[in-house]
Design a protein around this ligand. Structure first.
Ligand code: ADP
Length: 191
C-alpha cells in the first residue's frame, strides 16, 4: 500500500510514519529527513537547500521529485511506502502520480492529520522548552512562515486528492495512540 501522510508542519506525520514502518514494514519516505541528511552531510544538494530549509521555504519541485523517485526504486518499497512531507505542491503530486503509474502503482490512501494552528504553535514552544532549538526551522517565527507556505502551496492538494476520493481525515490533536488507532482503522477499512 502506498500512503501519503498529509498535514501542516508539526502535525505528527513523522511520528505516525515511523509507527507504520515498524508495524507494517512500509518504509517512511520523508523528504524533510532526506534534505536534512543532505545538509548534514555537506553534499552539493545539501549546500543548495540549506538556506531554504532554515527559512521554511520549499525546495524546488525537481529536487524533491528526483530524490523521491530514487528512493522509491529501492527494493524495500516494493510492497509500498509511506510518503511523509511529500507531495507538498500540485506539480509534486502530479509527478508522484506519473511516477507510480509508470511502475503500475498508485497512491492508495491519503491520511490527513488535522491540527489547529494554535496547537501547532504550542507544540513548537513545548519542543523548545524541552530540548532547545534542535532544527533551524523549528522556531515560532519560522513556523508561522511554514504555515503560510502550507496554506498557499500544500493545502490545495486536499482538493486534488479529494477529487480522487482518496482522503481520510484523522484528528491529529488526539493522543498519539488514538491517532495511530484511527489510522489503523482507516487502513483496515481499505484492505
Ligand atoms: P515539517 O513537516 O515539520 O514542516 P519537513 O521535515 O517535512 O517538516 O520539511 C522541512 C523543510 O524541508 C521544509 O520546510 C522545506 O524547506 C523542505 N521540504 C521538505 N519536503 C519538501 C517538499 N516535498 N517540497 C519542497 N520542500 C520540501
Amino acid at each position: 500500500m502506498n500512503l501519503v501522510l498529509f498535514g501542516p508542519p508539526g502535525a505528527g506525520k513523522g511520528t505516525q510514519a515511523r509507527i507504520l514502518t515498524e508495524k507494517r514494514g512500509w518504509p517512511q519516505l520523508s523528504t524533510g529527513d532526506m534534505l536534512r541528511a543532505a545538509v548534514k552531510a555537506g553534499s552539493t544538494l545539501g549546500k543548495k537547500v540549506e538556506a531554504l530549509l532554515t527559512k521554511g521555504e520549499l525546495v524546488p519541485d525537481e529536487i524533491v521529485i528526483d530524490i523521491i523517485a530514487e528512493r522509491y526504486d529501492r527494493p524495500d518499497c516494493a510492497k509500498g511506502a509511506v510518503f511523509d512531507g511529500f507531495p507538498r505542491t500540485i506539480p509534486q503530486a502530479e509527478a508522484l502520480d506519473a511516477m507510480l503509474a509508470a511502475r503500475a502503482k498508485k497512491i492508495d490512501l491519503v491520511l490527513e492529520l488535522k491540527v489547529d494552528d494554535a496547537v501547532l504553535l504550542q507544540r513548537v514552544e513545548q519542543r523548545i522548552k524541552e530540548g532547545g532549538i534542535l532544527r533551524s526551522d523549528d522556531t515560532p517565527e519560522t513556523l508561522a512562515h511554514r504555515l503560510d507556505v502550507y496554506y498557499s502551496n500544500t493545502a490545495p492538494l486536499l482538493d486534488y486528492y479529494g477529487r480522487q476520493g482518496k482522503i481520510v481525515t484523522v484528528d491529529g490533536m488526539a493522543p498519539i495512540a488514538d491517532v495511530t488507532r484511527a489510522i489503523a482503522a482507516a487502513l483496515d477499512a481499505k484492505r
